[in-house]
Ligand binder design. Structure first.
Ligand SMILES: Nc1ncnc2c1ncn2[C@@H]1O[C@H](COP(=O)(O)OP(=O)(O)OP(=O)(O)O)[C@@H](O)[C@H]1O
Length: 255
């Protein structure tokens, strides 16, 4: 019913409805997403897991408006992005979405603080000083703001990237293996900061990961296999996630 659907949409930070994403055509056609429907709850930390090639990155890219869908619909907040013209989509991405990638993507000539405020500088927006202070202290960078990336450890660089994503107060942050390049201690630190940003700043985060320990920091794990959502786990622990992954293994789903 119309009202119920409307309520679901407004409660979600992002939503995919019946999304199909196919690459190529004819014999080389690959269906990366096969009628995926998922809600990303506001203020939640969602991990997306699944075997290699199951469609995790494709789903994230479609939800973030970085890739178009073949059919189905995507919303970011209340805005349907499927069918949005380039200019509007670019603006929505800039204003509403933050990204954290495996490679930290910091500019080497800028110090930590300049890297954090760069997207806002480019957009011509003045950072909210109080918010910026809170973000910087949440990610524990207070002492390192004048350092350039080369003077920071990998974990600290990724914390700068986390702060950069948080600083603009995006409606949703997408992370693609954000701890993939870090050792387990630095990875745990960054995941701790992501968790705090959800708990203390109310941030919504969606993270693609292969790592059960990383997924255990989330409140929810969506499992993809062959382009479909095959499970939705609340309150994951590393052991539960590992068990679930072994379950897929036994059914021959892991490639
Ligand atoms: N640009 C593309 N052209 C053709 N096929 C693609 C393209 N991008 C992805 N695919 C295919 O779509 C499917 C899903 O890919 P995707 O990268 O989303 O998987 P993934 O779960 O993120 O994998 P991984 O864990 O290995 O990163 C795979 O079969 C992949 O080969």
């Amino acid at each position: 019913m119309a009202t119920a659907v409307f309520e679901t949409r407004t409660a979600a930070a992002a939503r995919a409805e019946g999304v199909v994403k196919a690459y190529g055509s004819g014999e080389t056609r690959v269906v990366a997403l096969d009628r995926v429907t998922a809600d990303i709850r506001q203020g939640g930390f969602t991990a997306i897991m699944g075997p290699s090639g199951s469609g995790k990155s494709t789903l994230m890219h479609c939800l973030a408006g970085l890739d178009t869908v073949t059919s189905g619909r995507i919303w970011v907040g209340d805005t349907e992005i499927t069918g949005l013209k380039d200019k509007k989509l670019t603006r929505l991405r800039r204003d509403s979405i933050g990204f954290i990638f495996q490679a930290f993507n910091l500019l080497p000539t800028l110090n930590a603080l300049e890297n954090i405020t760069l997207p806002m500088d480019i957009a011509g927006r003045k950072p909210d000083k109080e918010w910026l202070d809170r973000v910087v202290s949440t990610v524990g960078l207070g002492e390192r703001l004048k350092h350039r990336p080369s003077q920071l450890s990998g974990g600290q660089q990724q914390r700068v990237a986390v702060a950069r994503a948080l600083a603009a107060r995006p409606a949703i942050i997408f992370g693609d293996e954000p701890t993939g390049n870090l050792d387990s201690r630095a990875g745990a630190e960054v995941l701790g900061f992501l968790r705090r940003s959800v708990d203390e700043l109310g941030q919504t985060i969606v993270m693609v990961t292969h790592d059960p320990v990383a997924a255990a920091h989330a409140d929810r794990v969506l499992y993809l296999a062959d382009g479909r959502i095959v499970d939705d786990m609340a309150n994951p622990t590393a052991d539960l996630v590992l068990d679930r992954m072994r379950g897929f293994d036994a059914r021959g789903r892991v490639s």
